[in-house]
Design a protein around this ligand. Sequence first.
Ligand code: IMP
Length: 421
Amino acid sequence: MFTIITGAQFGDEGKGKIVDMMASHYDIIARFQGGDNAGHTVVAEGKIYKLHLIPSGVLFDARLLIGPGTVMNPGILMEELAMLSENGVGVPPSKLGIDAKTSIIMPYHIALDRLRESKRTVKIGTTSRGIGYAYIDKVGRDEIQMADIADKNRFLKRLDEIAPQKEAAIKELGGDPMIARSEIDDYINIGVKLRPYITDVSREINLALKQGKKVLAEGAQGTHLDIIHGTQKFVTSSSTVAGSACASLGVGPTKVSNVIGVIKAYITRVGEGPLPTEQKNDTGEHLRDKGGEFGTTTGRPRRCGWFDVPLALKSTNLNGYTSMALTKLDVLTGLDTLKLCLGYELEGKRLDYPPEHSDEIARCKPVYVELPGWHEDISDTESFSALPENARLYVEMLEKLIGVGIEYVSIGPGRKQTFMK
Ligand code: IMP
């Protein structure tokens, strides 16, 4: 069984929690794209774990894999391993595998990301983690891979070839060219430590599937941050949609059993870019405060708005969802009236699907339907039928409008605060 989970909005939909909930049923959990720009919060037994690179199922017995389509900052990985170890969670090589071809984020990627962003007149609002520049090097065939830092001579040879052009690029952007060759010893030391973790992720997953095992591919960021199909240029630098799991992990599409979309009961976005239903008012404040909508990676306040159906419809097309997990329904508690964006008005025309260009999306005026809210505390509800009538109505309406079944409903951050619909 091969399941893919992706975020159906702009990231931060609560994928970490859903993966954590499903993890005990899977033998392997694999990250297929992105890097430490992602932030997954898992709350277990009163402890909060904030993870950026290690797949969310770390608290279970599953084998964890970091695929070759990811970009990895090895220092951040070491910090996460240390944090987990301090909390009594050991992650030996028998538990975690990192593909030999995983791209390594170097200090010059981070420097270039920051310098370039500071020079942009129209900012993207990147996480400053060097993600875009690491992917540029992958596509430009100048990447340094996991296997390279584990082999000192190969790493130094590779760096000799790459560093001069990085020095020039950093200098041109007004930065310190010394960064191009900084932290080399740290990388070599970490490379030695990570050597036992190196694996061939595609081979492992295909073998596991042949043996009848269950594999879960965990997406990072969200559908509308996809490098090809998202709201360019306000996107991340990897493909975040479900098909990317196959290409990046090296698993054929005929192996996919199901695709689960994680979607919030409202919408958020961090960084720049169009968000038609954004609420810069008391409603936005309510969603941000009650939903704890601050970036896991950067701490930035997230922009919050009403649920956007056209964007959700586009997500179902881009991912081919077989079911959805609806998260943070509890955050809507206390709002007298709820609004659902059914479509947009753009230059006198009514649209029921997002236009292609970000400029056009930014000019879209949402067309809302209003639904009655609820005031009862739903955070310890154990079944769909136990929800207040207006909450049930809201969920059923979403399901009907999106056209995909909502399999799970999450009503709080805790492990027990999820039920099957
Ligand atoms: P980058 O991925 O750091 O290059 O940032 C590009 C855009 O994606 C920015 O708007 C970020 O805020 C956004 N982004 C990147 N990772 C995440 C995430 O995990 N959740 C939400 N937004 C993200």
